[in-house]
Every structure is written in C-alpha cells, then in structure tokens.
Design a protein around this ligand. Sequence first.
Ligand code: GDP
Ligand code: MG
Length: 373
Amino acid sequence: MVVVIVLIALVVLLVAGVTFVAVGRARRGGVELEPPATPTLRRATAPGPTAEPTDELVAEVEDALAPVAEPEVLEAPRRPSFRERLSKARGTFAGFLGRTKIDEGTWDELEEALLRADVGIGPTTELVEVLRARVKAEGLDSASQLIEAVKDEMKQRLAVADRSLRFDEGRTNVWLFVGVNGVGKTTTVGKVGKHQAAEGRRVVMAAGDTFRAAAAEQLTTWAERAGADLVRGAEGADPSSIIFDAIESAAAKGADLVLADTAGRLHTKTNLMEELRKVKRVASKEPGHVTEVLLVLDATTGQNGLVQAKQFTEAVEVTGVVLTKLDGSAKGGIVFAIQSQLGIPVKLVGLGETADDLVDFDPDEFVEALFAT
Ligand SMILES: Nc1nc2c(ncn2[C@@H]2O[C@H](COP(=O)(O)OP(=O)(O)O)[C@@H](O)[C@H]2O)c(=O)[nH]1
Ligand SMILES: [Mg+2]
C-alpha cells in the first residue's frame, strides 16, 4: 500500500515537473516572438544556458524573427531631427509653456522667452503686438491657443519662396563660403561637398583660407571623405589665385561645382572685406560662375551674428545663410532676426559636427521643435 502511494506521488511529481518546464519554455518563446531592434539584441535576449531550449525551438524562433530583423540592419544613417538637437533652445520656452490662462504674466513671459531666444527686440515687439491683436480678434483665451498662434506667426515670418542652393547645369558653378573665424566655414564646405558628391556632382574644393596652414589640412581630410578634388596653396598665398586655379582645374576636368573656403581673419577687418570683394570678382571670371555666396554664422553668438551679417552683406552679395551649431545653442531665435532684418534666407543649418548633421532648414520643423515639450 505504502509502495503504491509513493509510486503515485512520484508519478504526480513527474507530470507536474514536465508541465512546469513546458510552460516555462512556451512563455520564454512568447517573449522571444516580439521583434527585437537588431540581430545583436536578438542574440543577447536568446535563452541562456539555464533555459536549455531544444535546437528545434531555437531554430523555430529564429525563423519567425528573421524577416522582421533583417531590414533594420540595412537602415541608412538617420537625418538628425531639429527636435532632438534643439534641446537647449527648447528650454527657453519652458516657463511660458507651463501657463494655462492668457494674462499680463503670460505676455511678459512670452516676451522674455523671445528675447532670451535671441529673436531680437524689434521682431519680438512686432510679434507680441500682432499676437495681442490676434488674441482679441479671434477671442482666444487659453495659453495653448496662444502657443498655436505664436507658432503660426513665427512660421509665416520664416516662409520664403526659395531656400534651394542655386546650381546652373553645364557651368562651372562656384559657391563661396564666407564668415568670421571659427563659425564653421571649413567644416561646412566639407559637409556640403560630401552631400553634393553623394548626389553625383563632381566637386572641387578650394582651400582659400591661407591664413593658417591648418585650414588646408582640415579641408584635405574632408575632400578625402567626400571623394572630391582639392586645390591648395602655400601658407600666406593669395586666396583669389588659389580659388581661380581651382575653377580652371574644375573646368578642365569637367567638374561642375567648386566649393571655395575663405579666411575669416586677416590682419584687419577692412582688409578682409576688400579681400572678399576681390575673391568674388576673380571667381566670377570665365569659366567661373558664382551661384552662391553663403554666409556662415555661429548660432551661439546670437545677436552678434547679425552685426557680422551686416558687414559681410555690405562687402559681397550674400545669397544665403548657413547657421551652424544650432545644436549647442539656446539662441535659435537669431533665425528670425536674420530673415526679418536682412531678408536673407537661412538655407542650411548645422545640428552637429558630422556630415549628416548639416541639413536643409525647415522652418515648420524648427518652430515645432522650439515649442516641443
Ligand atoms: N556642434 C557643432 N559644431 C560645429 C558645427 N559646425 C562646425 N562646428 C565646429 O566648430 C569648430 C570650428 O569650425 P571650422 O570649420 O574650423 O570654422 P572656420 O574657422 O569658420 O573654418 C569646429 O570644431 C567644428 O567641428 C555644428 O553645426 N555643430
Ligand atoms: Mg576654416
């Protein structure tokens, strides 16, 4: 009798044990069926030695996962979003975003936020006046409605017909990059070169900053990355003649785009502007055809950038602005000041140091990013 009871007990235990292991496996199998982010992750989450899965079970799960996991491996580098890179600028509007009603405090906070973001006193005053009138006319009474109105007005002010970089087919196009020292000219020439070469254009870079040898070295690295040709001269050489050499060399081998770096510093400011006028004149001689003069401005310098912009626009006809280092700045509002006070479109913005971090300026995305929570 005792033997029978012991036997029954053993059988019950055995059945319970088998069921437990089977359920455990099924559960782990269920978790495994969630599509993992990458195959590496898949390996990391596969049952460990303690799970003791059968080979068939592993093969089955891997088969089920394979079609889901593969496309992720082939994914190209993602264009950085304004939203993720503008975290500093975004903080500027934090206090204002916390409000629910529209009262005098709301207007004060809005004005302060716009000034802190470097929208500038003129454009800020104008914006606030228009918004006060709009709130009244449309009977808006919540701060969230006001925020939508602010965004709408900002987008309207940034809307321009054309931000594209001008390129005339069949010509030796020359894009000149100008700006003060350290704003990101050489880096931008490199990034633009990489993008343009990737689009199939034959690019020649001209190391027109002969003030320091390091600038030509830096550009050499970028030219190698972009698969572009580079024309450089000795330290202290005449920038105009280097740029002209680059243009002639481009024309001779059928390259259609010359990207010319320039110095941001000479011995005095007046000389720099004279030098740039000369560069523009020489670059416009046959076979050269200057289709862009891009002023590079550093967003972290805020309103100071506007002063620089005025000086450069007096010297050469600037066709567009490249605003760099927007990733490290709380002063993105300078975009409004540039466009409203100078009427020059911001064409490209730098959101970081790599080639993929130079993107077309998208005003709607930019404004939404400023107000993202
Ligand atoms: N974070 C960030 N750094 C940048 C950006 N553009 C340029 N830089 C950096 O700014 C510094 C100066 O750039 P450089 O091209 O040498 O300036 P240049 O003197 O005008 O030619 C370098 O360290 C660049 O990597 C950008 O969009 N974001
Ligand atoms: Mg440079």
